[in-house]
Design a protein around this ligand. Structure first.
Ligand SMILES: NC(=O)c1ccc[n+]([C@@H]2O[C@H](COP(=O)([O-])OP(=O)(O)OC[C@H]3O[C@@H](n4cnc5c(N)ncnc54)[C@H](O)[C@@H]3O)[C@@H](O)[C@H]2O)c1
Length: 254
């Protein structure tokens, strides 16, 4: 098979969580452009439906699936619905995540738990449900969205719960990779640097300060992350597992 053929996702079935906007939307569109059918999973029904329409316009199948990844019951149902509709699940991208900024000494239990519930519990619930299907199939690609915050401590904003959750995602990824490597599954994660999305718009006043810490001198656009995802979703990465692919314009080098 030629190298370009090994990057093709034609005929594969995929899901992306948090695909209603931002990085997840770009991930879903990238998989579809590479040939996969893509289920658009999001807590927001309107944005999920809108992105599913964009994907169908590319000539592949799509479906919006409204799911709150904080609920393991909803996650199990989401995976069951996709497998019922399409017969199998080849690629799963667990991307839904939220940010929260507060000094640690002022943080409430609720604030702490709200971030962990989406960013860490949600990723585990998804991996577990997807892994059950993929282990039965004997193949599957799981890609989690971590963050460079798994590796460094952002400044000047205080975000201990986010940083801890993303370090958890990166190590959960390595752990699952070893549990499932001999049974046909690849489990990897992508760690983006600062990326222009509605999440970052919430702290837009900090952007100018961040730019000086980025060797490339700019934030990522969501398109900058698409190539890494297609690589990890495709046969081209068959021997890659437990890897954290950092896409940060060099941020973590300084
Ligand atoms: N933007 C960045 O700079 C950046 C950098 C590194 C990592 N990330 C990570 O990338 C991922 C996507 O970030 P983004 O910037 O696109 O964020 P975003 O806020 O633009 O999009 C997040 C999407 O997730 C959905 N979502 C939120 N809670 C959910 C839940 N409980 N169940 C299902 N869906 C839910 C939202 O509705 C939204 O569509 C997150 O995991 C984030 O932590 C972002």
């Amino acid at each position: 098979m030629s190298i370009l053929e090994r990057f093709s996702l034609a005929g594969r079935t995929a899901l992306v969580t948090g695909a209603g906007q931002g990085i997840g939307q770009a991930f879903a569109l990238a998989l579809a452009e590479a040939g996969a059918d893509v289920a658009v999973v999001d807590i927001n029904p309107e944005s999920a439906a809108s992105v599913a329409s964009q994907i169908e316009a590319l000539g592949v199948r799509s479906m919006p699936v409204v799911t709150d990844v904080r609920s393991s019951d909803e996650v199990d149902q989401m995976v069951a619905d996709i497998v019922d509709a399409w017969g199998r699940l080849d690629i799963a991208v667990n991307n839904a995540g939220i940010g929260m900024w507060a000094p640690a000494e002022e943080m409430t239990d609720e604030q702490w738990e709200s971030v962990l519930a989406v960013n860490l519990n949600g990723v585990f619930y998804c991996c577990r449900a997807e892994g059950r299907v993929m282990l039965e199939q004997g193949h599957g690609k799981i890609i989690n969205t971590a963050s460079m915050s798994a590796l460094i401590v952002n400044r000047p904003q205080c975000q201990v719960s986010y940083n801890a959750s993303k370090a958890g995602v990166a190590h959960l990824t390595r752990s699952l990779a070893t549990e499932w490597a001999s049974r046909g599954l690849n489990v990897n994660c992508i760690s983006p640097g600062y990326t222009r999305t509605p999440l970052v718009d919430q702290v837009a006043h900090l952007v100018d300060g961040w730019l000086a810490d980025i060797p490339m001198g700019r934030m990522a656009e969501v398109e900058d992350l698409q190539g890494a995802l297609v690589f990890l979703a495709s046969d081209a990465s068959a021997y890659v597992t437990g890897h954290e692919l950092v896409v940060d314009g060099g941020f973590t080098l300084w």
